[in-house]
Design a protein around this ligand. Structure first.
Ligand code: SAH
Length: 350
């Protein structure tokens, strides 16, 4: 069955024409779906009743149902657990900043990248999300908060570049002037480093920010944390990043999660600065969120400060990720994993 909410403007127009409708109906429908965030055809008052009934029958609208929502008493951050139409679960987070509201979305139900410190990969990959399922996380949150979302980060569960085609349709629809029209510059896609897809994305010349999860500056150390590092060396990865930077003119973000005694020494900082110096980038240090199933611990505050200092001395632009929703925060992916653990596993079509 055609998922009407995953169709971009052109495809929606083709569909309307194939149904014997005038092209302007596509524009009206797109506006209802992607600007007014309608939840049913019934609301679409400027469409003829017969068309609404036909769409309802032939193209039922996909919706997410809210399974759980936690609201931080500290800063208003909201963490959502949504069920997809087939029962698979995804997490999304809403954060308020001075510059606007930001949503962190999931791109896959589960993940197959196997990073050692990450909770999202503990249950493996269930399936890719389709564009409407990525969009709908943002729409559902905007409906719930009644506030406009200005920034989107694809940093929740899943490896976005492992779901490349759907991601691209999603990015275009999200930033389309006929939709929510979020500025490309306000969208960040985070990857563990799938080299061929980084080249492909660069060639699209979008103005989004690409964040690379680096976490170690040598292949040996990186491989011990991230299985993907066995496929692509840091050298290949840095070449791809340079290509992305040159092709799009956009500086990258290097994400570096600090794990006590593993990747947080002065020498680690020194090696990281050598990599960062050769690409237009900014380094974002993330104090690791301990995951129950893993033994990693967070670096001490003094170590984090010393690491940052060391990088800054070599002229690298560094920030430490501000923690949002500390009181509701399990590590990324723990809400979903916890839910799967408590007896939902198996029912979820895995
Ligand atoms: N697959 C993508 C996006 C999802 S993870 C990627 O790898 O980038 C988003 C970021 O959170 C990544 O940098 C990831 O490495 C990091 N991360 C995952 N688990 C973490 C944890 N327990 N503590 C701190 N950062 C974590």
């Amino acid at each position: 069955m055609t998922d009407i909410k995953s169709l971009d403007n052109t495809k929606l127009q083709e569909l309307m024409i194939s149904l014997g409708e005038k092209p302007f109906r596509a524009k009206q429908l797109y506006n209802w779906l992607h600007v007014r965030l309608a939840e049913s055809y019934g609301q679409m008052s400027n469409l003829p009743l017969a068309l609404r009934e036909r769409l309802e029958k032939e193209f039922p609208l996909l919706t997410l149902s809210q399974v759980n929502r936690q609201v931080s008493a500290l800063d208003g951050t909201r963490k959502y657990l949504f069920a997809l139409p087939d029962g698979n679960l995804v997490e999304s987070v809403w954060m308020q900043y001075r510059h606007g509201n930001s949503v962190c979305i999931s791109s896959q139900a589960g993940c197959r990248m196997g990073c050692a410190f990450c909770a999202s990969t503990l249950d493996g990959l269930a399936r890719n999300l389709v564009p409407s399922e990525m969009l709908e996380q943002i729409y559902a949150i905007q409906r719930d908060t009644k506030q406009r979302v200005s920034n989107v980060v694809v940093m929740g569960t899943g490896e976005p570049l492992d779901n490349y085609e759907n991601l691209l349709v999603f990015l275009r629809m999200l930033t389309d002037e006929n939709g929510l029209h979020i500025s490309q510059r306000n969208v960040t896609v985070s990857t563990c480093g799938l080299v061929p897809q980084i080249y492909a994305l660069a060639k699209e010349k979008l103005q989004i920010t690409l964040a690379l999860s680096l976490h170690a500056a040598t292949d040996e150390k990186r491989s011990s944390l991230m299985p993907v590092a066995k496929r692509y060396s840091i050298r290949e990865l840095m070449e791809a990043c340079r290509f992305y930077w040159k092709e799009t003119g956009r500086r990258l973000t290097f994400e570096y999660s600090l794990i006590g005694g593993i990747n947080d020494s002065d020498e680690d900082a020194q090696l990281l600065s050598i990599l960062a110096r050769n690409v237009g980038c900014h380094v974002n240090l993330i104090p690791i969120n301990p995951v129950r199933e893993r033994s990693f611990v967070r670096s001490k505050a003094e170590r984090i400060a010393a690491f940052k200092n060391k990088l800054e001395k070599t002229g690298i632009n560094v920030t430490i990720r501000r923690e949002m929703g500390r009181d509701i925060d399990g590590a990324c992916g723990q809400l979903r994993h916890g839910h799967l653990d408590s007896g939902q596993r198996g029912e979820r079509g895995r």
